[in-house]
Design a protein around this ligand. Structure first.
Ligand SMILES: *[C@@H]1O[C@H](CO)[C@@H](O)[C@H](O)[C@H]1NC(C)=O
Ligand SMILES: *[C@@H]1O[C@H](CO)[C@@H](O)[C@H](O)[C@H]1NC(C)=O
Length: 267
């Protein structure tokens, strides 16, 4: 009886450390991939978003996938970072192509998916009362244009949400738009959760600014990590360095060590 109590006490710090590590890991992925600042000025999610593609399974953030693998509509799940985050509101789901690292994108991002009015049922994104402005259109980067970063994000959609006229009717085809301007003008926010994947077609002849190899994060449950072991990392463009990756591993390790010492101190 008493020893059970001790064990639960010892496990407690681990549970909290694990939750904040997950959010830290996805934040680190967005910085490593230059999505911060290429797409988002900053990224402070309150939940974790994951994509499950039929035939692939749950994908890792930054995982390199083929256009065939990302053809079917994925199942999107969103789980709160901790028990004080509630996900019972109305949300907008979007997938945009932020192109290759360092893109300036004068025409804005390519809209591959934009659904207003989704809800989160259990942890699965449900669309029964939603409006698909642009229905899911899988990534299809031009051959030789390099690894494109496709971001899937979910924003809070407050009752004051008002889509700009150009994006208020369903069935708009894939097209470019200024995603951040859309978010701001329509009154969406805050950004609740996001992940991204890399999709590349053919081999690039472009010189793409270097980025770090993507680290296998603690984002996914271990069962999901096992199913996607075929390809858990995205290959970085040539000439890239992995120094960013190792520093993040060290940081995560440091955090785990702190949790372990805390647990020991409690015993
Ligand atoms: C829960 O997560 C939110 C969003 O990441 C954070 O602001 C808050 O401090 C966290 N609360 C606890 C108790 O960890
Ligand atoms: C809801 O999801 C299903 C399955 O992916 C899809 O066929 C349907 O078009 C979606 N509806 C909306 C409004 O997004």
């Amino acid at each position: 009886m008493f020893s059970t109590f001790l064990v639960s006490l010892a496990l407690l710090p681990f549970a909290f450390a694990q939750e904040s590590l997950d959010v830290k890991a996805i934040e680190a992925h967005f910085t490593q991939s230059h999505l911060v600042p290429d797409l988002f000025a900053s990224f402070n999610p309150s939940a974790l978003l994951s994509l499950d593609y039929a035939g692939v399974g749950v994908v890792q953030p930054g995982q390199l996938l083929t256009k065939e693998q990302v053809g079917p509509t994925p199942t999107v799940t969103v789980t709160p970072a901790n028990s004080s985050v509630s996900l019972d509101g109305i949300y907008t789901l979007a997938m945009v192509d932020a192109d290759v690292v360092g893109s300036k994108l004068p025409g804005g991002q390519t809209r591959h998916w934009l659904v207003n009015g989704v809800t989160i049922s259990g942890s699965t994104v449900a669309n029964s009362s939603a409006t698909a402005i642009t229905g899911y259109a899988g990534p299809w980067p031009a051959s030789g244009s390099g690894p494109h970063r496709y971001v899937v994000a979910i924003y809070a959609q407050p009752s004051t949400f008002a889509a700009p006229a150009a994006y208020s009717q369903p069935n708009l085809p894939v097209g470019t738009f200024d995603f951040n301007a859309y978010v701001q003008e329509s009154g969406l926010g805050p950004l609740v959760a996001a992940t991204y994947i890399n999709v590349e077609e053919g081999t690039t002849t472009l010189a793409i600014p270097s980025t770090s190899a993507v680290v296998t994060s603690t984002l996914l449950p271990s069962s999901a990590v096992q199913t996607s072991s075929k390809s858990t990392t995205a290959s970085a463009p040539s000439g890239s360095s992995t120094s960013g990756a190792s520093s993040i591993n060290v940081k995560l390790f440091g955090f785990t060590a702190t949790a372990a010492s805390l647990a020991l101190a409690l015993i």
